[in-house]
Ligand binder design. Structure first.
Ligand code: WT7
Length: 654
């Protein structure tokens, strides 16, 4: 990484400042043994038994980790069912306890006790079977945050059908691409949902996706959220009608091998095509349950709120699977944090007596901007622990969260992980470790993550390098389990990991301090992190390049006060193009190809893109212009004059 990148993205560690976890928290913490890291290190991989012990297995596993080279088989020989673990086994102790509490966008709410959840999961599982869903068939769930989404996920898990949740904000094209890549012929969707109080249609997007699919869709189930009486064709079914038809039916949970697929989810890598990441039943669920227990400190009596949309991995692991595996109450919120008022989040926490709250730095920065009068107007004393995920949190936002939301006595866990890791990897343990605002913390016990230089050697404290994981972990996805080539090609922008038996390069830059605390510096690949969501620059570029009137386009990340990063698009227009009209077409094209969330924040028109003599677009300059940074040496450019033009185009725009 060059110096320029570092100065831009590095969240400064607040002068080595340490914050101790409050004694009152430590006393009651699920994990508080200061020796836990050493104990895990001495007993690896068997240490991970504690995670598997949080689950019920129909067949005990023979080995914690089968295989010391790929394929890795976590909890080898074991069998279990995720739906049984998240639902059935809690009936004996807490069938009347709330499993899911849902807060809708219009102020309505619904609760499902564990018994209610058990009934509806069974009924919907029976319905899916009747529709022809068999074990290992992929069911796509294109739904907003409504209780029917976790019900559908658990119903799929019950019959061993992997689900593929597609974020409702994605476009019809994005849905079609994901259904095709997952080879999925079954779809569960909604007629629509509410956004800021106004209805948004979803079913029409699902219809458009279905039209473009070669094989079509075998069966579509539609949840009625808007009460619109959507007309249904012969292979479309009303959710409520199906569940009613199967009232009282039960379906035996299908025993799945620990290494069988539980679900898949798409994410953006360096390429323009979204990649499916397939997670396992045993390793993933153990990892999600253990980290919910050890890091989020979730207890069965707790109400836990993870504010992420279930369409992202965070919602899978920490709204659905982790908290429900532990038998807690998980809260779902369909709305936005500032609607109807900017105190909505605090009102919900107060009214539901939320114990543990997990959100993204981008949200915290918005809360800060809105001011502390909003949280101050509410009693937030039910909160015991706060967490963040998705991007680096700057020390100022960390301290604001700690003080104004946590009242100074809730630990804040800054958890680093990825869609690929399934669950948390680098974070303090709230009952064990001191916190350092701005730094995620040490790797979790049992996780071998380190910061290395281009040769793959660990860097000295304070130096920056690449974050790599050098041992397998339970939540690793099937692709890594099976693949024996995760080293990547030798490339100056990637570390050489050939000295390790096995290693995974995370594509993140990081530094590490003398105490082993890791501070993340952002992605080193062409992935933009907007409000904690990943988009490949290539994906957005491809959409823009298709627009009539655009000759060429490049996309880079720029700064953004709230979102962390923003999407900067540079386009050269064909002669005679009307730039305003073109800008509208570009926005619309990105919205159609991906969704509103990826629409460029800034579009800069330029006669040409800055290029090397061999014709390669030099993104470094585009990034520097977006960040108003020093350009450094422009001698490698074939057309250095274009940089000045870009700068003035950007200045004119402001
Ligand atoms: C990328 C993964 C993990 C669920 C949400 C995002 C960034 C994630 C942190 C953190 C700094 C973070 C990384 C990572 N990231 N958590 N605590 N501090 N950066 O999942 O969409 O797979 O994105 O998010 O860059 O690679 P994802």
């Amino acid at each position: 990484m060059d110096g320029e990148d570092e100065s831009r993205t590095q969240p400064r560690v607040g002068g080595g400042e340490r914050v101790e976890p409050p004694a009152s928290f430590v006393e009651q913490a699920n994990v508080s043994d200061p020796g836990v890291r050493d104990a895990f290190a001495e007993d690896w991989p068997d240490c991970w038994r504690v995670a598997a012990d949080l689950l019920d297995w129909t067949t005990e596993y023979d080995a914690v980790l089968g295989g010391d080279a790929p394929p890795f088989r976590w909890f080898d020989g074991g069998e279990l069912n995720a739906s049984y673990n998240c639902v059935d086994r809690h009936l004996a102790d807490r069938k009347n306890q709330v499993a899911i509490t849902w807060e809708g966008r219009l102020g309505e709410s619904r609760t499902y006790s564990y018994l209610d959840l058990y009934r509806e999961v069974n009924e919907f599982a029976a319905a899916l079977r009747e529709l022809g869903v068999e074990e290992d068939d992929v069911v796509t769930l294109y739904m907003p945050v409504v209780p029917e989404l976790p019900v559908a996920m658990l119903a799929c898990a019950r019959i061993g059908a992997p689900h593929s949740v597609v974020f409702a904000g994605f476009s019809a094209d994005a849905l079609a691409t994901r259904m095709e890549s997952a080879d999925s012929e079954f779809l569960v969707t909604c007629d629509g949902y509410y956004r800021r109080g106004a209805p948004v249609q979803l079913k029409n997007k699902a219809d458009n996706a279905a039209i473009s699919l070669d094989g079509g869709v075998e069966a579509t189930v539609v949840v009625d959220r808007l009460g619109d009486d959507t007309p249904l064709t012969d292979d479309e079914y009303d959710y409520e009608g199906l569940v009613t038809d199967h009232r009282g039916e039960t379906v035996d949970p299908v025993p799945r091998a620990a290494t069988d697929q539980l679900f898949l989810i798409h994410t953006s890598g360096t390429t323009g095509v979204p990649t499916p990441v397939r997670h396992t039943t045993g390793g993933y669920l153990a990892h999600a349950a253990w980290t919910s227990h050890a890091v989020l400190d979730v207890k069965p009596a707790d109400t836990h709120w993870c504010s992420a949309d279930i369409g992202w991995i965070t919602g899978h692991s920490y709204t659905v699977y982790g908290p429900l595996a532990l038998g807690a109450t998980t809260m779902l919120y369909e709305g936005t944090p500032d609607h109807p008022e900017k105190d909505r989040v605090w009102e919900l926490i107060e009214r539901n007596a939320v114990d543990t709250f997990y959100t993204a730095p981008t949200a915290i920065r918005a809360f800060m901007k809105w001011g502390e009068s909003h949280p101050d107007a509410h009693d937030l004393s039910s909160l015991r622990l706060l967490g963040t995920v998705g991007e680096p949190i700057n020390p100022r936002a960390w301290k604001w969260y700690h003080e104004h939301i946590g009242g100074g006595d809730c630990p804040v866990v800054d958890t680093w992980w990825q869609t690929e890791t399934g669950g948390m990897m680098v974070t303090t343990l709230p009952g064990v470790d001191d916190m350092k605002p701005g730094s995620a913390g040490p790797p979790l016990p049992g996780i071998d993550a380190r910061v290395v230089d281009t040769d793959g050697d660990p860097v000295e404290p304070g130096e920056s390098g690449f974050l790599v994981v050098t041992d397998p972990w339970p939540g690793m996805p099937l692709s890594m389990v099976e693949d024996d080539d995760w080293f990547g090609a030798r490339d100056p922008a990637r570390p050489d990991l050939s000295d390790y038996d096995w290693a995974y390069f995370t594509e993140d830059g990081a530094t590490v301090d003398e105490d082993g605390y890791v501070t993340l510096l952002g992605r080193v690949d062409d992935v933009i992190n907007v409000s904690g969501h990943r988009f490949a620059t290539m994906e957005i570029e491809a959409a823009i390049a298709d627009v009539e009137g655009v000759a060429e386009a490049a996309v880079v990340s720029g700064p953004h006060d709230l979102k962390g990063q923003s999407v900067y698009a540079y386009a050269s227009a064909v002669e005679s193009a009307d730039e305003d009209a073109l800008r509208d077409r570009i926005d619309a094209a990105v919205e159609d190809a991906i969704g509103p969330i990826a629409v460029p924040d800034v579009v800069v028109f330029t006669p040409e893109l800055p290029k090397t003599r061999s014709g390669k677009v030099m993104r470094r300059f585009l990034e520097a212009v977006a960040h108003d940074d020093d350009l450094g040496d422009t001698s490698a450019l074939r057309n250095p004059e274009v940089v000045g033009e870009l700068e003035s185009a950007l200045a004119d725009r402001d």
